[in-house]
Structures are given as C-alpha cells and as structure tokens.
Design a protein around this ligand. Structure first.
Ligand code: COA
Length: 390
C-alpha cells in the first residue's frame, strides 16, 4: 500500500481521511485521559480521585475535597491544617477595594462573577506565572474570593455594605454569614458544605471542557476560569438550577404540580433539572440534595417546594423515564436559606472552581493544544461576484 503524505491530498480528501466524529455535541466521545473524576452513568456513581462522592458527602468537608482534587490524595492532618489556614485567611478571601468599586448595579450575578473573576487577575501577584506552585496559589485565591464576590454583590444590590469575611468560619458558613450578616444555623452550614462537595467536579462537562480548551493554549488560570463561568451560565448547564426554581414558582401549589407537569410533558416542554448526557439513572448527587432540601424546608416551615419537585420527579420518571439531575433539588435548599434564585448558578461556580482549577493544573501538567477539525459541509467553489453586480 502506498503511504500518502497528508500534504499530497486535496483539502477534501484530507478531511475525508480524518476520523470523523458523527456525534452531535461530542456525545460519548473521549477526548483525553484524566485522573480527576469518574462518572459511572449506568450505576449512577460519581468518583473524585477514587473516592465515592457519597462517602465524601457523608464524611468530608469542602476544603478537604478541594485539596483532594488539586493534589490527588487526601491530606494528612498537618497538610489539611496548613491548607485550611491559607484558604480561610482574610488575606486570601478579601477583595481588592478597587474591584468592589467596579461592581455596577444593573447586571445579573453571573455577569458580575464572570467579569469580577476576570478583573481579579489584574490584582494577582502571580498572574503571568503558569508554574504549578503559582497556579495553586491563584486557584486558592479564586476559591477563597469567589464567595466574597458573590456575597458582596448581593449586599451591594440590596443597598447594603459588603460584610468582611470571618476567618473563624469555614468557606460554607462564611459565605452564608457574608450574605446575611448572621451566623448560619448548623444545619444550613452543613447543608451548604455538602452542596459544595457535590458540585466540586464532574469530569468533562461543558464548563470544564471550556476551561481546558482555554488552558491548552497555555493561557492562564484566570482566563480558563472565566471561560468556564461563561459556559456554566447557560440553562442547559449550571443555569438549570435557576430555571427549576422559576418552574416551582410558576406551579406554586403542590396540589397543582401533577396537572402542570402532565401538561408540560404533553406540550413536549424541556423540564429543567432532568436528564443528563452521561447518567442513565438518577444523578447520585440528587438524593443528597433532595434530603437536605427537605430538612431545610421543614426547618424553615415551607415544605411546598420539595413537595412540588417530588411530584414533578415522580411523573417525569413514570412517563418519560428521565431522571432528576444535580440541579433539581439544589435550589430548593438554597431558597430555604433565603438565597435569591439568580444566585444559584454563581453558587454552583463557587464550588466548581475547585474542579476547574484541578483540570487546568492537569492540562498544564501534560499539555497539548486542543484543536479539533470541522467536517466542512459548505460550498467549495463559489465565484466571487463584486458587490455592484449582485
Ligand atoms: N425534559 C424533557 N425531555 C428531555 C429532557 C428534559 N429535561 N432531557 C432530555 N429529554 C429528551 C429530549 O427531548 C430527547 O427526546 P427525543 O429523543 O424524543 O427528542 C431525549 O431526551 C434526548 O435529549 P437530548 O437533548 O438529545 O440529550 P442531551 O444529552 O443532548 O442533553 C441535557 C442533556 C442535560 C442538556 C438535557 O437532558 C436537558 O436539556 N436537561 C434540562 C437542562 C438541565 O437540567 N441541565 C442540567 C444538566 S446537569
């Protein structure tokens, strides 16, 4: 067989000779190896660095999970204490005053977060340095500062002064404190911590892939995380948790949920908080969030949201065999804590930054530019006609 050099081929032949992925949306296409996260879509299992997320949700803390994702192993007590101390220090959490002054009032929280994270790079002393040590320091600042940014914006838009971070509180409790000015209940702090653990990573989802594509050009941590936030914002990805609460607010009364969802199914509507590209069964994170949202609802004296969601889930499962994903119950828990709906996706980002950063570190640790091809289906021999003759 005569070996053909690709440069001997016509452009059309060259494209034809390449492996073509005939899968819209890259469904089931494996694009890289990774040691960070594994999803068993048939069994409904999620694994971070070998550890089942069910075990982490029951026994770990968000700070420990961040360490696990970045360093690849659980920390010793000494490592954990040093890591925790830096991550929760006011110096790491606080925002540059010039950035706070930039926060405009008429923007959505996700836009504030995307622009704020991008702007934070200008204040980071490590910014041009892409060494692993510098990238971990940048990831640490971003993970610590994003909750401060989200909370500061919430206060500013309500006409209140931002609250300084409290280094005695862990990331979850401190965020709730900076939002309301009150120390959260133990249940709220624990629930929030578990929600952060459950959202911390999810393999090559759209926002993580966006982060890796950006990182693969040897761009920096801030650019990669900014790309990821932009991808997370959409309603088919992180934005779904906000849409779920909009649906719950429309249904209002648990007694009307069954009729509402049956009509929506008949109308062929896309129901947010359901379905997944990888899971063929219920998303393993949903059961934890369902339980926590129910507990918080009980404590807050409003169980109607979870009741509505349970009815919607039962009918979706019976009629469509489409199961709840991570976004179905998270918002009901956040709402019970008094968090406004448009802050749900920024909260998702506050957790997922841990995974995004782990993937940027992994990408930079063994980098090759990510640059696929398109199967061109347009015209090839169009004759240019001057504008005056068209
Ligand atoms: N509501 C109603 N139908 C749904 C659905 C949903 N949430 N999710 C999938 N389906 C149906 C589609 O209509 C389609 O049916 P068809 O084959 O009869 O046309 C089929 O299931 C496959 O859907 P498709 O959109 O091709 O799957 P996907 O893998 O491209 O999409 C999601 C995955 C997550 C984008 C999709 O399930 C969805 O839009 N869910 C709602 C948004 C959401 O909750 N996103 C957060 C994900 S964690």
């Amino acid at each position: 067989m005569i070996q053909t050099n690709r440069f001997d081929l016509t452009p059309r032949e060259e494209i034809d000779a390449m492996s073509t992925v005939n899968k819209a949306g890259l469904e089931d296409v494996v694009v890289s190896t990774s040691d960070i996260c594994f999803i068993d879509g048939r069994e409904g299992r999620l694994i971070y660095r070998g550890y089942d997320v069910d075990d982490l949700a029951a026994q770990s803390t968000f700070e420990e999970v961040v360490y696990l994702l970045w360093y690849g192993a659980l920390p010793t007590k000494k490592e954990y204490d040093a890591f925790y101390k830096t991550l929760s220090a006011t110096a790491t959490r606080k925002l540059p005053p010039k950035l706070v002054a930039l926060l405009a009032k008429k923007t959505t929280p996700m836009e504030v977060l995307r622009t704020g994270v991008s702007a934070l790079s200008a204040f980071d002393p490590d910014d041009p340095d892409n060494s692993r040590e510098a990238e971990i320091r940048k990831a640490m600042r971003l993970t610590a500062q994003m909750p401060t940014l989200v909370a500061a914006w919430e206060r500013i838009r309500r006409g209140k002064a931002p609250i300084a971070p409290n280094p005695k509180l862990n990331l979850a409790a401190n965020f709730l404190y900076m939002m309301s000015g009150k120390k959260p209940t133990e249940l709220a702090a624990k629930t929030f911590d578990v929600a952060l653990i459950l959202h911390a990573d999810h393999e090559f989802n759209a926002s993580t892939f966006a982060a890796r594509v950006t990182a693969a050009t040897l761009s920096d941590m801030y650019s990669a995380i900014t790309s990821a936030i932009g991808a997370l914002k959409g309603p088919l990805h992180g934005g779904a948790n906000e849409q779920v609460m909009i649906m719950v607010d429309k249904i209002k009364d648990p007694a009307k949920a069954e009729t509402w969802i049956r009509k929506a199914i008949a109308d062929k509507a896309r129901i947010m908080g359901f379905g997944h590209r990888v899971y063929r069964v219920e998303d393993p994170r949903a059961k934890h969030l369902r339980r926590l949202a129910a507990e918080l609802g009980r404590q807050a004296g409003d169980e109607s949201k979870v009741k509505i969601l349970n009815t919607v889930a039962r009918v979706m499962t019976e009629e469509k065999h489409i199961y709840p994903n991570v976004d179905l119950y998270s918002g009901a828990g956040y709402a019970a804590m008094g968090i406004p709906t448009d802050q749900f996706t920024p909260i998702f980002a506050m957790s997922r930054v841990a995974g995004w950063a782990a993937h940027v570190l992994e990408q930079h640790g063994n980098n090759r530019l990510i640059r696929p091809r398109a199967e061109y289906t347009g015209a090839t021999r169009a004759t240019y006609v001057p504008i005056s003759q068209r």
